[in-house]
Design a protein around this ligand. Structure first.
Ligand SMILES: *Cc1c(COP(=O)(O)O)cnc(C)c1O
Length: 352
């Protein structure tokens, strides 16, 4: 197949597992092939520098750092903001707590303090009640982690007012706030709140280029300059120092410049998919809970388990994923209305 042809033109299957499956666009591949590069560990890759500047400006922060993954971005941020014998307040279903292979305890050697929430939004008063002071028995709370959109809460948008209230608690107690904004552009598209306004409630923000924005690899960490300088050293320590990485940053620049404007299509399709499958037997799902691009539902059926459903779907060319206690389908650049129709038909055939 020619390099720059649309790879998804003739699809044998519809891949709803995640927005991480998105292929780079032809423009990205062209930019990658032609990228001006240097040695980024030595600090002279101009394409990486352009991306880091653009990321920082986009989020209204002083500086940015290109990361090989969102997980490393979050790990480095937690490490930079904490010391041993400290504790981090985190939402109980947060990615940073559940899906990052224990990095908080392994890399930073701090304890997470998970709090329940209403669809991803922690109660600010409960956050305040859980702030702890250093004493002989207890760690000091030093950081609060937020997630917007909230992946395991079906891509819900964390309300700006909730973030402001948590920020106020953090300020009263001298805590830092890190925002896991893997899908912050989805949040902004759904709510109309500019990403800068979300970012202003946090000291640091991680966001992914590799998900809905369709870059092949990469996430950004942004924050104050001294934090980013220190994070650069931590990234190197974790093995994330990359050399002629302008070839990846070139795709990231296009992701940030051109790919945020189309996310509303993904959200519309996710809602349509949710409406098609919500009435089916075994599916517990309120379509109005689907605010962005993630359809997540619990599945309890007399005849089929979640794994059976996923296999039956796959037999019909529809790929879904089992996640924390549910089944998940995610819309993205590489699924269109026809894929949604195929998924809806497959669900009906299996369950109706
Ligand atoms: C995907 C994701 C990450 C981690 O990104 P990777 O690049 O897969 O390591 C972090 N937080 C959230 C909410 C995510 O969805």
């Amino acid at each position: 197949m020619p390099l720059l042809e649309d790879e998804m033109a003739d699809k044998p299957y519809s891949d709803f597992r995640s927005d991480t499956v998105t292929r780079p666009t032809p423009e990205m591949r062209r930019a990658m092939a032609e990228a001006e590069v240097g040695d980024d560990v030595l600090g002279d890759d101009p394409t990486v520098q352009r991306l880091e500047d653009l990321a920082a400006r986009t989020m209204g922060k002083e500086a940015g750092l290109f990361m090989p993954s969102g997980t490393m971005g979050n790990s480095v941020a937690v490490k930079a903001w904490t010391r041993e014998l400290e504790e981090v307040i985190v939402e109980a279903r947060a990615h940073i707590y559940n899906m990052e292979s224990t990095s908080m305890t392994f890399v930073s050697r701090v304890t997470p303090r998970p709090l329940a929430s209403k669809r991803g939004a922690m109660d600010p008063e409960e956050v305040e009640r859980n702030v702890r002071q250093a004493a002989v028995h207890t760690p000091r709370t030093s950081l609060v982690c937020l997630e917007n959109t909230h992946n395991n809460c079906s891509g819900t948008v964390l309300p700006l007012d909730n973030m402001k209230a948590v920020r106020a608690v953090a300020d009263r107690h001298g805590l830092r706030v890190h925002l896991d904004g893997a899908r912050i552009f989805n949040a902004s598209t759904a709510s109309g709140v500019p990403v800068k306004d979300y970012a202003a409630q946090a000291d640091s923000v991680m966001f992914c280029l590799s998900k809905a924005l369709s870059a092949p690899v990469g996430s950004m960490l942004v924050g104050p300059r001294d934090f980013i300088d220190y994070s650069r050293r931590l990234r190197k320590m974790l093995g994330g120092g990359m050399r002629q990485v302008g070839v990846l940053a070139a795709a990231g620049l296009i992701a940030l410049r051109d790919m945020t404007g189309r996310l509303g299509d993904d959200h519309r399709r996710a809602r349509a998919l949710a409406e098609a499958i919500a009435p089916l037997p075994g599916v517990t799902l309120d379509p109005s809970d689907v605010e962005t691009n993630i359809v997540l539902f619990t599945f309890k059926h007399p005849r089929l388990g979640a794994a059976d459903l996923i296999r039956e779907l796959k037999d019909r060319g529809v790929w879904a994923l089992a996640v924390l206690g549910g089944v998940r389908l995610v819309t993205h650049k590489d699924v269109d209305d026809a894929d949604v129709a195929r998924a809806a038909a497959a669900f009906k055939e299996i369950l109706a």
